[in-house]
Each structure stands twice: as structure tokens, then as C-alpha cells.
Write a protein of this length. Structure first.
Length: 600
């Protein structure tokens, strides 16, 4: 039945306000009869039959139903939440609410080129004490003054419980209710646009969470056992209804809430042998929606394969390039647990990563069963590499959720920050990074019953093989993800900005971002004019443009280094423009970075 149905022929599913009332539509391969059950304020339920429209689709339009109606779908007598719900105020197990926005956006998305992006990653629930869209909106002027150009919100698709990272979403059209009303989300995006900030959304189209996923009740054909992922059976992108669900979800976030693009979670776990590949179809669809709206949406992948094809073939703007983060952290901290074992604490490896875009270009990946990883990224522009020194994964997936300075020290954190913002690649900052926030970002969840207990046990087991947690006493320090205190401890402490040590870091970040925007060399985001090399434990990076140049020196050693001892790049005609420490003339202190420019 569905094998011969094209994606374009799949009708939109869910509930829609029309001139004739409200239309309800579902698809199922498990039921012979379907109804919509309306729930009234007085407690009455009102089941109404839906007619069979072919290809497993049931639908009905009711002129007496209005925006705000609460409903579930009934399949052969059993009621289920609507996986295509636009609003789930009572959570993923409750009735959906018919919703259409009644306000208009006041501000257009700001113009932007990919090379202008400086991304700031936000988890709405921990970004402010209140953990709401409205409270986050009040912080947008801070981000504008900082100098970032794009806010990336971690996933908003409804997930179970009152708190979580969002990667267990099960309703990819309905924003998570505890963050606030839907109009508040639209206001957040609108106010960001008013300040010249773009907003992109992290979306998860590689799996559904384990609690509240009712797609199996409608049809097991949404999934396939031919491919396995860390979360079970893969999503079946050979099925046009699964394909349409993700395409319509992406369009919904762009059109209804005004997002300027998407970050796609773990695209290496999206399996598709149905040409064109789903990622290609998604990129084309998003661009078509952008053309209609008069915008230029961006698409970034989180993908551990180091594949340039994501950009050159599938049409993405770029990908998270984790080799840079891993190489920097290994150099700063010496950590070798987990995947850090695949990186050497060698400065020349970092120089190679910077010049090549990523480190692994087909070399053997030594963890697990040895396999080649990556391919040459020579064809990719600098903007296609999303570099970071912190993000939600690289902090939150650590046992204690500790930030970089906790292991690298303040000096190490500052020199890594200078390197990140000097490079022409697309930088990503994690919330609070700009003032070296001391608050951790820990893994937290709110799963009920046995699932919650298993999550707690799994978190402890995850770090059993790590050197720092291989004894029982150390293991007890791993925060329980199910404890509310783990969530509360992860909230930013904005009062830190009143302390001098944090204010100094914020001043440095603002200066670095100002140079990135206004300096004639640094504002030219090109890999063609980028060189990097190593002189013992000193990394040098040179950027040139229009016969002008800038050089960044990063001293990873524990001892000061004279500029005259730095080999591989001429420094005679240069002078300091910015430093992460009170550097002496012609002298590079230990664990510091200095930005050099020609003498005028």
C-alpha cells in the first residue's frame, strides 16, 4: 500500500483549522475504524467517526469544532494521543489541543551569510532561573551585546516529564509545554530578529523517545528492523509517511515559529536507501520553504563520520566538526578516556586539524572494530565546520557535567577561547561560556517508574570504565539524572557576572567577537588564506587577506616562550593586538594566547 505512494501524495496529518471548521486526519495500518474523541470542559467525551479516505488515511471535518478543542484519536476503540499534535499542554500522554497562531510576526529575519554565523547554544530550561521562553527573551539583549549572531535552541519537541535535554522527543510538532505558551516561543524568535539575531532549532529525526511514542499504535511501518540504532529500530525513511512526518515537522518549525534553520541531531543514525536520500529531500524542502518565506534557512548536521558529502551531495550548510574540540581538550587536559584515546596530545595534530578542517580523513578509527573514518574536506568552505570548545554533549556527557576550565584551568580555557574565535570556521558557544560560567551542565531527565530507574543505573554504568570513576566511592559522585537537584544545579547563575573574574572573561569574549566582526582580516572567512603549524608546544595560526595578516600564537606549554623561538612563521614585523594574559613584549607566557598584527 505505502510502497507505491510518493512522499508528495501523503496528506498533512493532525488537526487543522479551516474555513469549514476543524479537519482531523490520521494514518494507520493497524485499525479498521478510527474516530476523533473530543473532550469538553465539563468532563464529557464526544467520539466522532472519521471516514476512510484510502491508503490507511482516515479524516473528517467538523464545522462546530473550534480552535482550542481538546482531542485524542481512537483506533478500534482504543484512544491515543496524536503524534502530530501541535500543542500538548498536559504532556505527551494527554489530549492534544487544536492550535493556530492568532498573532503576526513584527520583524523579518535579519540578512546573513553563512560566514557571519556565531552560534550560541541554549537549553531553555536552564538558561534562566525561570526556565521559560519569556525569561530567555529578556536575555536576548545580552547576546546581542556579546556579539553572537545566531541562537540555537536545544530540542523543543514534547518529551515526557517536567525536565530533560529534549532528545527524547516524541511529538515533533508540539513544543515542550513547561517552557511556556506557544505564542511566547514565537515572541522569542520575533524579538531575536528585532535585535539582528537569527534562531535555529535542534531537531531529532533519527529516533523517538522511549516514553510517549504512540507511532507504533498507529503503524509499525514508521520503523524498520533492517537497521538498528542506539535507541532500537531505525526510523523507516523508505516509508513515505515517515518521510512526510519529518519534512512537515521541519516546515512547521520554520513557518509557524519563524526559525531560521535547523541543527539535525546524529544524522549518522538516519538510514535511507530510498533515493533521493532523506537528507537531500529535507535540504531541498527547507530551501523551498525559505524561498516562499523570503528567508535563507541554514542546515547543520551533527555527524561523527567526517563526510564532506553532507555538504557537497546532500546540500547541508555544514556539520559539527568534533575533531577540533577533542584535539584541544586532549592537549589542554591530557584526558584519554573514551574517544579521547583516539587523539594524541601533540600540537602538530591540532595544526593539521585546523588546516584540513578535521583530523580524520580516512585514517583508521581505533575504537571498537577498526574502520576508516572520514574523507578529505578540501572542497568545504570554512563556514561548513562548526567548531566549539564546549557544547551540551561535551559538558553534559561528562560524569560531573563540569566545564572546560574545571580541568584545563582558567588560562587553558582563555587560550582555547581565543583560538576558537580567531579561526574562520563557524564557532559555537555554549550558554554561559562567555563569562566562564562555573555552573555545571549535567545530564538530567524525568522518566517515570522503571524507565527512570534504568536511566539512573545506566548513567552509573557508563562511567565504570573511566579511570577517574573506577572505584565505588568515586562512582557515587556521579549525579543522579533523575534527581531534580541535578536539573537545578545546571541552571546558569547570572549573578556571576557581578564578580570580577567572570566580568573579565566577558570583556575578553566581547573583544574577540568584535575583532571577528570588524577586523578586515578576521572578517574574511576563508580557508584559502589560513595556515597553521607547530613550533614545539606552540601553535601558530596565520590568516591573510589583501596583503594584510594576523597571527595567533597559542602556548600549550607550562613555560614562557620567546617569540624568537617560534619557528615556521615570520613575526618580526608584528606587535600584540590582544592577549589572554598580561603578556610582555616579544614574550609568550605559559598557557596563553596572543593575537599579533603588523606594526603600523
Amino acid at each position: 500500500m505505502t510502497d507505491t505512494l510518493s512522499t508528495r501524495a501523503v496528506p498533512p496529518l493532525g488537526a487543522f483549522v479551516t474555513d469549514e471548521g476543524v479537519t482531523f486526519r490520521l494514518w494507520t495500518t493497524t485499525a479498521s475504524e478510527a474516530r476523533v474523541v473530543l473532550y469538553h470542559d465539563d468532563g464529557r467525551s464526544d467520539p466522532r467517526p472519521l471516514r476512510f479516505a484510502g491508503n490507511g488515511v482516515f479524516e473528517g471535518t467538523f464545522e462546530d469544532v473550534r480552535d482550542g478543542a481538546r482531542y485524542k484519536f481512537e483506533l478500534d476503540g482504543q484512544a491515543y494521543p496524536d503524534p502530530y499534535a501541535r500543542w500538548l499542554p498536559d504532556g505527551v500522554h494527554g489530549p492534544a489541543v487544536v492550535w493556530t497562531s492568532t498573532t503576526a510576526f513584527r520583524h523579518a529575519a535579519p540578512p546573513s551569510r553563512p560566514g557571519d554565523l556565531v552560534i550560541y547554544e541554549v537549553h531553555v530550561g536552564t538558561f534562566t532561573p525561570e526556565g521559560t521562553y519569556r525569561a530567555a527573551t529578556e536575555k536576548l539583549p545580552h547576546l546581542r551585546a556579546l556579539g553572537v549572531t545566531c541562537v540555537e535552541l536545544m530540542p523543543l519537541s514534547s518529551f515526557p516529564g517536567e525536565r530533560g535535554w529534549g532528545y527524547d522527543g516524541v511529538a515533533h510538532f508540539a513544543p515542550f509545554a513547561p517552557y511556556g505558551p506557544l505564542e511566547d516561543l514565537r515572541t522569542f524568535v520575533d524579538e531575536a530578529h528585532a535585535l539582528g539575531l537569527r534562531v535555529i532549532l535542534d531537531v531529532v529525526y533519527n529516533h523517538f523517545g522511549p516514553d510517549g511514542n504512540y507511532l507504533y499504535a498507529y503503524s509499525p511501518e514508521y520503523f524498520t528492523s533492517e537497521h538498528k540504532t542506539p535507541w532500537g529500530d531505525a526510523l523507516n525513511y523508505s516509508n513515505p509517511f515517515m518521510r512526510r512526518l519529518a519534512l512537515d515537522s521541519a516546515e512547521h518549525w520554520l513557518r509557524t515559529f519563524g526559525f531560521d534553520g535547523l541543527r539535525l541531531d546524529a544524522t549518522h543514525e538516519i538510514h535511507d536507501e530510498h533515493p533521493p536520500h532523506f537528507l537531500s529531500e529535507l535540504a531541498a524542502h527547507v530551501r523551498a520553504v525559505g524561498d516562499e518565506l523570503g528567508t535563507r534557512p541554514v542546515l547543520f548536521c551533527e555527524d561523527d563520520r567526517n563526510l564532506p558529502d553532507l555538504v557537497t551531495t546532500f546540500g547541508m550548510n555544514g556539520a559539527w566538526a568534533d575533531d577540533f574540540h577533542h584535539q584541544v581538550r586532549v592537549l589542554l587536559t591530557g584526558e584519554r578516556d573514551g574517544y579521547f584515546a583516539c587523539y594524541r596530545p601533540v600540537v602538530s595534530d591540532l595544526a593539521r586539524c585546523i588546516e584540513r578542517g578535521w583530523l580524520y580523513e580516512g585514517q583508521t578509527w581505533p575504537l571498537g572494530e577498526p574502520r576508516p573514518r572520514g574523507a578529505s574536506a578540501r572542497a568545504l568552505p570554512a563556514s561548513s565546520f562548526v567548531y566549539c570548545i564546549q557544547n551540551h554533549d561535551q559538558i553534559g556527557n561528562r560524569a560531573l557535567g563540569d566545564r572546560l576550565q574545571a580541568t584545563a584551568g582558567e588560562d587553558g580555557f582563555l587560550m582555547a577561547s581565543a583560538l576558537l574565535l580567531f579561526l574562520p570556521m563557524t564557532p559555537l558557544l555554549f550558554q554561559g561560556q562567555e563569562w566562564m560560567a562555573a555552573t555545571p551542565f549535567q545530564y538530567f531527565s524525568d522518566h517515570a517508574g522503571e524507565l527512570g530507574r534504568l536511566v539512573t543505573q545506566g548513567r552509573l554504568a557508563e562511567f565504570g570504565a573511566f579511570e577517574a570513576f573506577n572505584d565505588p566511592d568515586a562512582a557515587t559522585r556521579v549525579p543522579d539524572p533523575q534527581a531534580r537537584s541535578t536539573f537545578e544545579n545546571s541552571k546558569l547563575d547570572w549573578s556571576e557576572l557581578e564578580r570580577s573574574e567572570h566580568a573579565r572573561v566577558l570583556t575578553l569574549y566581547r573583544a574577540l567577537l568584535r575583532l571577528r566582526r570588524d577586523d578586515p582580516v578576521l572578517a574574511h572567512a576563508s580557508r584559502d588564506a589560513l595556515e597553521a603549524g607547530a613550533s614545539d608546544e606552540v601553535l601558530w595560526v596565520q590568516r591573510t587577506h589583501a596583503e594584510d595578516r594576523r597571527v595567533l600564537l597559542v602556548n600549550f606549554s607550562g613555560a614562557p616562550v620567546a617569540w624568537t623561538d617560534v619557528r615556521g612563521v615570520p613575526l618580526d614585523d608584528l606587535q600584540p593586538l590582544l592577549s589572554t594574559s598580561s603578556t610582555a613584549q616579544n614574550h609568550l607566557p605559559a598557557k596563553s594566547a596572543v593575537l599579533l598584527a603588523p606594526k603600523r
